[in-house]
Design a protein around this ligand. Structure first.
Ligand SMILES: Nc1nc2c(ncn2[C@@H]2O[C@H](COP(=O)(O)OP(=O)(O)OP(=O)(O)O)[C@@H](O)[C@H]2O)c(=O)[nH]1
Ligand SMILES: [Mg+2]
Length: 202
């Protein structure tokens, strides 16, 4: 993906505060601390576009970004983090559900999991809700740099077995090494109708 520009648009909680929705949109979801914000930064080739948390559970709003002035990316708050206050933890559900319901341009949700832990129940729930809301799930296993090459190949096979797919279809990613970056962009580009130049296809 040719990266010409990447900018923060706004943070929002309620549908009335969302940006107009003029562009195809891809959201990034996953458990707290899994690496959602890091993934957006590394996809956009920016170090500090999105704040990466030192303590988990920090992203508490829906954060909208615009890439190449044609593609909207949304960093969603993490789910399942026990240490934020109960009110904050419970507010993830309605806030994100309202977003999923209200957001016509949302085409896909990148469902991010830790490659070491694999799919957790909460991840499966998110993925299973895809048909209800009409977006496509793109399942990404991040922090793959935590495995050495051989161990990573084994882990890929295990994850494929769990998902009943081919090992080569498992998206392993690392924000540190950029492993898997092109594959994720290829999926996002295909779903959003973006060409190799990073422009919307006619
Ligand atoms: N080794 C390794 N560490 C990573 C990777 N991606 C993220 N991290 C680290 O994981 C921690 C959490 O990363 P974030 O990107 O803030 O995770 P998040 O999912 O946005 O977290 P919340 O917004 O708090 O839910 C940070 O310390 C990152 O440096 C990766 O691919 N490999
Ligand atoms: Mg975050």
């Amino acid at each position: 993906m040719k990266m010409r520009s990447a900018e923060f648009v706004k943070a929002a909680v309620k549908p009335k505060d969302f940006p107009p929705g003029d562009f195809p949109e891809i959201a990034f979801a996953g458990r707290s601390n899994v690496g959602k914000s890091s993934l957006i930064n590394s996809l956009c080739e920016r170090k500090k576009l999105v704040k990466v948390s030192r303590t988990p559970g920090r992203t508490q709003t829906l954060n909208f970004f615009l890439v190449n002035e044609i593609l909207s990316l949304v960093d969603l708050p993490g789910y399942g983090y026990a240490k934020v206050s109960k009110t904050e933890r419970n507010s993830w559900g309605p806030m994100v559900e309202n977003y999923f319901h209200a957001r016509d341009p949302l085409l896909a949700v990148v469902c991010i999991c830790d490659a070491r832990r694999g799919l957790q129940d909460s991840d499966r729930m998110l993925i299973e809700s895809a048909p209800l809301f009409g977006w496509q799930p793109i399942i990404v296993f991040t922090k793959a740099d935590k495995f050495k090459t051989n161990a990573r190949a084994n882990r890929r096979r295990e994850l494929a077995k769990d998902m009943s797919c081919k090992p080569e279809d498992v998206l392993l990613y690392s924000s540190m090494t950029k492993l898997g970056r092109d594959q994720i962009w290829d999926r996002i580009k295909a779903i959003s109708g973006i060409d190799d130049e990073g422009k919307l296809k006619e």
